[in-house]
Design a protein around this ligand. Sequence first.
Ligand SMILES: [Fe+2]
Ligand SMILES: [Fe+2]
Length: 193
Amino acid sequence: MLGLKLLTDPRWANVAESNLEEILTDHAWCEQKAASNAISLITQNCEYEDLVHELTAIAIEEMEHFQMVIDIIKERGYTLGRERKDDYVGRLMKFSKKDGSRNQAFIDRLLFAAMIEARSCERFRVLSKNLQDEKLAKFYHELMVSEANHYTTFLNFARKYTEGTDVDKRWQEWLTFEGELIQSYGTKEQIHG
Ligand SMILES: [Fe+2]
Ligand SMILES: [Fe+2]
């Protein structure tokens, strides 16, 4: 799925379902961070007009997702907790290239975003297929489709704006790294946990 090297064990959905307040809190902040990430990409790369337009739409959509999640939290009588640390994303951030040219860093930043969208999409799929709660399962199916589109957008911009980086080769390196990394996750009630 989306080139991912390792799929999540469906039993992770049971872990998530055992603590919905926790997974929903973590999920809400994932959406907020996705919006913030899109905004900072816009700020740093405003010379690309189409990127500014598409990432503005993504930032708005991610905040709409945030709103949907906090509405669910409220409906169910839960409380939105503080932002959870995302160890998985921190490890991906460390893998991204910050040295080299400005363009190389920009391309890797886009691939970093595509990677998180791909895994989030896969995790939402696992939730949509395995949650007992039908309403939430349907919700996660809708979000899965949306995150798959974001993944495509980030990857396409990387291909469009590369100045010499072999994007497909670098993307394979990302997939390989992520495939190893994800082996140590899948046990916690976090979207990337
Ligand atoms: Fe989202
Ligand atoms: Fe997204």
